[in-house]
Design a protein around this ligand. Structure first.
Ligand SMILES: [Zn+2]
Ligand SMILES: [Zn+2]
Length: 552
């Protein structure tokens, strides 16, 4: 029996996590997430895994296991259902609840069945014998997943840390992991996010103490605290500290309000009704009696916090009576947005507390000592680091070797690689499946690499349009060439240069006509190459050149 693992995303970047486990001709997906775009992906809203392999094998897919409720794991599910077809999704009730919104907004709920599984549950999904193991992370009710296959057990850690005093008391089930390890784990796939960070990640509950301290220190001031809308334990701790200092709580931001409604209905956020006020009622309270918990901890441009910083939030106007607490670290790529927001908050007169000043945030991922602990607990035959940029994977592999794992059993894979598990061992097949970036722009699907290349060139070099009208019979130039530019060159040097550029185009076209060219395509090509050569020699720039040739 052939067992295969195909990595479709998340190995080489933080985001768009997606793996496919195969037994014979059946497939089970683990997660389908999005990645947030880099600043040079102009106009791209998010990046998805490449769905080509899944589309080709759509009828073989048994289901998706959603390890937890974060967007980098479940944010791509709606696109998967739209692109690949109806697929059932398995996960904790909370993970499914968080994923449901996006699927519902896309109008695709009828394409899936959301099937909740319990902590520790063992369940067959087609030929896949799965076990769902509780782990602690920065969203509650996450799972590690063991899949018992004919070629041995695969253990996927999911995103995890080993928090010994989690806010909800639900610890990583080390006993169960140890038991599975003792029976033999063929292959461990484990979270590499913090593989470069020494020691242990502090417990989430340490943030609660810091928050209580802060609310004492800032008594009499209005407190606005921003955190991830899915970080329910953080919201719980901020709210408890605020209520403990005699404040009422208001929530701001669409996803924050949506998630709070969801988790309160599930009994996962302990918040007395009498402590809640509507965001539009907060002006009735003294500053020291109110705490607003909002979105925008990553500086997202349209978030509640970013709008406050830009004086564009019509619900909250900031002033010198305000303290803003940003209870998160910027995700790589978001640093400049967060920094801009912090600047705006200061300009508005507010006091700003962030993780660079006070420990108002701890990570949801395991540090080096926890990663080694898991490796030693599981004692896998083979290990592949997942969930991380390439550097994180390399460091995680190093950690595994430091625990005594033999060199050849620690395998660094990248997106698109596949593992074939046989009784003799595990073979790696590089670039087994297409795994390029799928760019999403607005509600439209793939933007395409070409479009993105153009946008980069436009941003870096500008555009030059050359317009010329020719006589359709003689091929002679009737009007033009006219040249219009944007973002290429600044006046006053421009005027002279543009005149010379027109001459260059004219020369190039005349040459073409002399050689007998009459058709548009040849004229266009000549207009472009003449201009390109001129611009390149005179300015050493490579703007996008668009030749427009018209006929009279
Ligand atoms: Zn996560
Ligand atoms: Zn993640």
């Amino acid at each position: 029996m052939a067992v295969r693992v195909v990595f479709l995303g998340g190995l080489g970047e933080i985001g768009r996590n997606c793996a496919c486990v195969e037994i014979d001709d059946r497939m089970l997906l683990i997660d389908c997430g999005i990645m947030f775009p880099d600043p040079d992906m102009h106009g791209v809203d998010l990046v998805l895994p490449d769905f080509e392999y899944l589309r080709e094998n759509a009828d073989r897919i048994e289901g998706v296991v959603l390890t937890h409720g974060h967007e980098d794991h479940g944010g791509g599910l709606a696109f998967l259902l739209a692109e690949v077809g109806p697929i059932p999704i398995y996960g904790s009730a909370l993970s499914l609840g968080l994923a449901r919104n996006r699927i519902e907004e896309a109008g695709l709920l009828d394409r899936t069945e959301l099937i909740p599984v319990q902590d520790g549950e063992r369940r067959h999904i087609g030929p896949f014998d799965c076990q769902f193991i509780p782990v602690t992370h920065s969203v509650p009710h996450g799972f590690a997943t063991a899949i018992h296959t004919p070629a041995g057990t695969i253990l996927h850690s999911g995103d995890f840390k080993i928090d010994q005093s989690p806010v909800d008391g639900r610890v990583t089930d080390l006993a169960l992991i140890g038991e599975i390890g003792r029976r033999g784990v063929r292959l461990l796939l484990s979270d590499s996010t913090n593989a470069e960070d020494p020691g242990h990640t502090p417990s989430e509950s340490s943030v609660g103490m810091v928050m209580r301290e802060l609310f004492r220190e800032h008594a009499g001031r209005r407190v606005i605290a921003a955190c991830f809308a899915s970080h329910i334990h953080r919201i719980q701790q901020i709210a408890e500290a605020a209520i403990g200092s005699g404040r009422s709580i208001a929530f701001l931001g669409r996803s924050m309000q949506q998630n709070v409604r969801l988790v309160r209905s599930m009994g996962l956020l302990d918040l007395p009704d009498e402590s809640l006020v509507d965001i539009d009622e907060i002006h009735r309270f003294e500053p020291g009696q109110i705490c607003v918990i909002c979105t925008g901890s990553q500086g997202e441009p349209m978030s509640a916090l970013a709008l406050m910083a830009a004086h564009e939030n019509h619900r909250i106007k900031l002033g010198p009576d305000d303290t803003v607490i940003i209870s998160a670290h910027p995700i790589p790529g978001n640093e400049s947005n967060v920094s801009r927001v912090i600047g705006g908050l200061h300009r508005a007169g507010a006091d700003v507390v962030h993780s660079g000043l006070v420990p108002v945030h701890v990570s949801g991922h395991a540090n080096q000592e926890e990663l080694k602990f898991l490796l030693n607990l599981v004692k896998p035959e083979y290990f592949v680091p997942v969930h991380g940029e390439y550097r994180h994977l390399v460091h995680h592999a190093r950690l595994a070797r430091s625990t005594g794992m033999p060199e050849e059993r620690v395998i660094i894979c990248e997106d698109g690689d596949s593992l074939l598990m046989t009784p003799d061992g595990i073979d790696v097949e590089r670039r087994f499946a297409p795994a390029g970036y799928l760019y999403v722009d607005g509600i439209v699907g793939d933007v395409g690499r070409g479009v993105l290349k153009d946008r980069r060139a436009l941003a870096a070099e500008g555009i030059v349009v050359v317009i010329v009208t020719i006589d359709g019979h003689t091929g002679e130039i009737v009007t033009g060439p006219e040249i219009v530019t944007r973002g290429w060159i600044h006046a006053p040097e421009a005027d002279l240069l543009l005149e010379e550029a027109k001459d260059a185009v004219r020369r190039s076209l005349t040459e073409a006509i002399d050689e007998g060219a009459m058709d548009f395509e040849t004229m266009r090509r000549h207009a472009r190459s003449g201009l390109q050569k001129f611009i390149n020699s005179r300015t050493k720039r490579r703007p996008i050149i668009v030749p427009v040739v018209m006929e009279v």
